[in-house]
Ligand binder design. Structure first.
Ligand code: DC
Length: 211
């Protein structure tokens, strides 16, 4: 069983994908962490304006430690991840890892749940189930603001909203694997749903008839 979960930043897709993986006994991969780890590597050496070559080399050499960096979830890392994610070399570098994860899920799991922007369209177009998770920009900014505040980040909600809109636009308008709902994906809008309600809706879709 391979489940693709795509959607914009702070839509709740990560929390949902993790819960689905646990429920169905599947391996879980947060593919955004690969782009974020690439950004962490670049920012660690002060490279805030990398060429495609530099970013591709960073993507080629990410390690498990990069994906566990305390800076992984910061806003600066997210923006840089979105910038390097528009580069064809970076995407090509990270594609094999993602497909290999789905083909050989770790821990003896019989399948995988992977979340990102292009899982159902490009990485795993033959996934058994595809979800596209969205929510209004305002609701997403509010959730992200609460997360950042809890982690001690002194940002404002307006700034978070502006950054989100910026990132959405870059992710959706890029030429390489833009963020878009696959025609055969099930749309789940979580604007008015809490995590439990979103989980129940996603579970019902996954347990339902084949795509
Ligand atoms: O899901 P996230 O916020 O951790 O992702 C960070 C950035 O990585 C996102 O803005 C775009 C990029 N990304 C991507 O282009 N394709 C994916 N499958 C996952 C993430």
């Amino acid at each position: 069983m391979i489940i693709a979960v795509d959607g914009p930043a702070a839509s709740g897709k990560g929390t949902l994908a993790r819960a689905l993986a646990e429920h169905f006994g599947l391996a879980y991969l947060d593919t955004g962490s690969l782009y974020r780890a690439t950004a962490v590597r670049l920012l660690a050496v002060g490279n805030t304006d990398p060429t495609e070559d530099e970013a591709t080399k960073a993507a080629d050499t990410i390690t498990a430690a990069d994906r566990e960096s305390p800076d992984l979830r910061s806003e600066a890392t997210g923006q840089m991840a979105s910038t390097v994610a528009a580069m064809a070399g970076v995407r090509a570098s990270l594609l094999a890892f993602q497909r290999n994860f789905a083909a050989n899920p770790p821990g003896g799991a019989t399948g995988a749940v992977m979340d990102g922007r292009d899982i159902g369209t490009v990485v795993l177009p033959d996934a058994d189930k595809k979800l596209f998770i969205t929510a209004s920009a305002k609701a997403r900014a509010h959730r992200r603001f609460l997360e950042l505040s809890a982690s001690g980040d002194p940002t404002s909600e307006d700034q978070v909203l502006a950054d989100l809109i910026d990132r959405d636009r870059r992710d959706a308008e890029r030429a390489q694997s833009p963020m878009v709902q696959a025609p055969d994906a099930h749309l789940l809008d979580t604007t008015e749903l809490d995590i439990d309600a979103a989980f129940l809706a996603a579970k019902a879709y996954i347990s339902g008839p084949a795509r």
